[in-house]
Ligand binder design. Structure first.
Ligand code: SAH
Length: 213
């Protein structure tokens, strides 16, 4: 698959739609315009890649809806050089958006099939996260902590404690919390012990699964 002018045109439209839906951060909209989402999908979905919809990516998982990606990215307030931990690599689309914003990205995926597929895809297309890890994101990534931002792209029944602990003071954790549907939740670490919590709208994600071993 290639990236063409037609695809670019569709991305500009998509960015317009997201802006109408309330995404205000120009950098985030520019990232949506830049990243060729159709390359992250199986070829059967190519024609639909720039609709504001989630699609299956294999292993019972989905690529998040562009609005959701933009909303979470906006809440994360990524700056060039920000150290970001992503839980749920999936297709790698959200990872690519973070890389476009010049974040240093560490990303964890627990499905071996997706981990392999996306690692190979990143190599081919030339995207360079700092690390792609096959493992359980519930535990975070203690050896690389603290992070400026942590983004969870699966629905968490509760907020994993290690993720709170691995946030830098001033850092932001963006996590959808809930079982059937999820409330988008932002935690800002105010000090070693204090977190400010803000809640946003309701979203629907595949579940964040904990590996109990
Ligand atoms: N950011 C992805 C969204 C994929 S859906 C994208 O843009 O495509 C959520 C992903 O989280 C799935 O790939 C799922 O396998 C993964 N996941 C679920 N529980 C996890 C866990 N405990 N640790 C790491 N990844 C997890």
């Amino acid at each position: 698959m290639k990236d063409t002018l037609k695809h670019r045109g569709m991305r500009n439209k998509l960015a317009e739609i997201l802006s109408e839906k309330g995404i205000g951060d120009k950098q985030v909209l520019d990232a949506i315009k830049a990243i060729p989402r159709h390359l992250f999908l199986d070829s059967g979905f190519e024609a639909h890649a720039y609709q504001d919809k989630a699609f299956p990516i294999g292993a019972d998982q989905t690529i998040s809806q562009p609005y959701t990606v933009a909303f979470q990215t906006e809440l994360l307030e990524v700056k060039p050089g920000s150290k970001i931990l992503e839980i749920g690599t999936g297709s790698g689309y959200q990872t690519a958006i973070l890389l476009h914003l010049r974040a240093k990205v560490f990303t964890i995926e627990r499905q071996l099939e997706l981990f392999k597929k996306t690692s190979i895809f990143f190599g081919k297309i030339g995207y360079r996260p700092k690390k792609i890890i096959f493992g359980d994101g519930y535990k975070g990534l203690a050896e690389e902590a603290p992070f400026d931002g942590i983004i969870v792209t699966a629905g968490a029944p509760e907020v994993p404690k290690p993720l709170m602990a691995q946030l830098r003071v001033g850092g932001r954790l963006v996590i959808p919390v809930g079982i059937d549907d999820q409330i988008m939740t932002l935690y800002i670490r105010k000090s070693a012990k204090e977190f400010e919590k803000k809640e946003f709208g309701s979203f629907r994600f595949v579940p964040l699964l904990e590996d109990k071993n």
